[in-house]
Write a protein that binds this ligand. Structure first.
Ligand code: SF4
Length: 206
C-alpha cells in the first residue's frame, strides 16, 4: 500500500467507526474552550471537565476573569497540574483579550499564539473547534499513531502536522483529528505493542 492509500483507508474507516465527532472538552464559547484547552496540557480532558464548572462559577468571560486574583484561579485549577503557570496564563490572556481584542477571542493563529500559554496546538484546537477553520492539532496520540500507521517519519509534531495535512483533504481535517484521538484513546494505550493488536494497524501491516 502506498502512503496515500493507507491514508485514504484510515480516513474512510475512522469515519465509519466515529461518525459523530463531539468536542471532548466541555465549553460554552470560544473563550471557555481556549481556557479548557490550555488546562488540558499534561492533563486528561475528563479531569479538565470536572474542574471547569468551578472555574466558570468564578468567571466565564475574559473581563471577569481578568479581575480574579491569580491565586484564586490557581486554587480551583490545581487538580489539572502545572497550576501556577496555567493560572498566570489564564489571567494574562484574559487581560489581553479584554484590553486588546475587545473581549473577543481573536480568530487568527498569529494573535492566538501571541497569548500567554497558547502554543500552536492550542491555537489549532480553538481555530478548528470554535471557529470551524481547518486545522490539524497534533497531540501525542496523533503523533504516535501517524508514525505507527507510517503516514509520517516526522520526529516532531511540526513535521507530522505538515505530512498529515498533505495526505488528507482539508475539509476532513477537523473531524479527522478528533477521530484519530478517539481511536488512540480507545485502542492505542498498550505499551510495547507489536502493531498487530487492533484493526487499523492489522489491516495496514498485513
Ligand atoms: S495495533 Fe493498536 S495498540 Fe498497537 S500500535 Fe496499532 S493502534 Fe496502537
Amino acid at each position: 500500500m502506498t502512503t496515500q492509500a493507507r491514508a485514504d483507508y484510515i480516513d474512510r474507516r475512522l469515519a465509519e467507526l466515529y461518525p459523530e465527532t463531539p468536542v471532548p472538552l466541555d465549553h460554552r464559547d470560544a473563550y471557555t474552550l481556549l481556557v479548557a484547552v490550555l488546562l488540558s496540557a499534561q492533563c486528561t480532558d475528563k479531569r479538565v471537565n470536572t474542574v471547569t464548572p468551578q472555574l466558570w462559577a468564578l468567571a466565564d468571560n475574559p473581563a471577569d476573569m481578568a479581575r480574579v486574583p491569580v491565586e484564586k484561579i490557581q486554587a480551583v485549577i490545581r487538580p489539572c497540574g502545572l497550576s501556577p503557570q496555567k493560572a498566570r496564563a489564564i489571567s494574562g490572556l484574559s487581560q489581553i483579550i479584554t484590553e486588546k481584542h475587545g473581549g473577543e477571542v481573536p480568530r487568527s493563529f498569529e494573535e492566538l499564539e501571541a497569548l500567554p500559554g497558547v502554543g500552536h496546538k492550542t491555537a489549532s484546537v480553538v481555530m478548528a473547534q470554535a471557529f470551524g477553520v481547518p486545522a490539524f492539532p497534533v497531540d501525542t496520540h496523533i503523533h504516535r499513531l501517524a508514525q505507527r500507521w507510517r503516514l509520517t517519519s516526522g520526529r516532531n509534531v511540526v513535521q507530522t502536522e505538515r505530512d498529515l495535512k498533505k495526505l488528507f483533504p482539508r475539509e476532513h481535517w477537523n473531524a479527522l483529528h478528533l477521530r484519530i484521538i478517539f481511536y488512540g484513546r480507545e485502542h492505542c494505550t498498550a505499551r510495547g505493542c507489536d502493531g498487530h493488536r487492533c484493526e487499523i494497524c492489522t489491516t495496514l501491516n498485513g
